[in-house]
Design a protein around this ligand. Sequence first.
Ligand code: GLV
Ligand code: MN
Ligand code: MN
Length: 406
Amino acid sequence: MSDFEAMWRDLSPLGRSSATGGYFRTPWTAAERECVDWFHDQADARGMATEQDWVGNAIAWWRPDSVPSTGEGVLTGSHLDSVLDGGAFDGPLGVVSAFAAIDILRERGVPATKPIGVGLFVEEEGSRFGLACLGSRLSTGATTWEQAARLRDRDGVWFLDALEAAGVGPGKASLELQANVGCFVELHVEQGRDLVDRGAPVGVASAIWPHGRYRFDFTGEANHAGTTRMEDRRDPMLTYAMTALAANKQARTAGQRATFGRVDVHPNGTNAVPSAVTAWLDARADSTQHLQAMLAEVERLAQDRARRDGTELAITTESVAGEVTFDPDLLRRIATGSTGGRRAWPVIPTMAGHDAGVLSSAGIPTAMLFVRNPTGVSHSPAEYAELVDCLAGVEALADTLGRLAT
Ligand code: GLV
Ligand code: MN
Ligand code: MN
């Protein structure tokens, strides 16, 4: 059994639901902390020195003797948290592959002249506190701790209380990524079918689409479902329903993406017109301008509908990430590298968000490798990658890290 398979076998049961087969590795809960413990065990087993910050972001460093201990590190890794009922590969594939790639480099005696780190970023999905890539945003300064301290999860738990309850710490104020990391390469399962269509097990990312998350608060009037005449209602569910349809139509006609995947209804009773509906829009587009234009049009249609329904709508932006173009020089070195006479890997854009985007925006030269996903399904228990493709990804990562660190 390869190192990759052994690690995958150990990690796979953690946080898996027996009901759905999907994963609930929600940040700073027991299941996700088990994954984090697994990470530290892997680092310890390899004699890698681990540093951790105050929220639990961590880097396990492999520093061959004679390699200076600071600066210009080559960082890889990913995240171990999941969306609610997520897949096994989104995040963990990058972490497991990182350790496996370092094992290969050590076995082959690759003469690294720079330290190589395996990074673990917390709350990448934003599934608990709503802010995508919260860990990497905190570690690069894109989000301040004062901003994070104002976040609450859906049960009303404050961010700092969640950290304390999870027993995170002690840790450094910051991993000082901009000072210690010369470049970052994140390997990730592909979340589409581009590589299937191209017949390639591995690809390289060119760019990440801009991405926004917006909270829509619709308010109306609670009333009796039987006695209230249809024309007398102020039903926020109707305004929400029309808004969801409008967002879908806007995105489809413009070739962009819009999703309402989370809704809270109050009081959520079968026989009452609701008083309030809160829904979250996840919107992505090929440029910031198109993202803003789509949101403006959805808002216009939603407010127009609210006037007709006698309801009210307030929209709050919870997070916006701009377009990311990965480092062209790094991309060229990775995609056209000449090791082993292999053919070049295809270069593809992605509509998914990643810590790699945050590090890139912080000025760290960054690239991503994708591993083929046969169905393209992701953020679902059905997410999958064949073992042979995962191992090709490990080889590609080892090849890349070896070239960047020597
Ligand atoms: C993270 O995977 C995202 O794109 O939302
Ligand atoms: Mn994800
Ligand atoms: Mn991910």
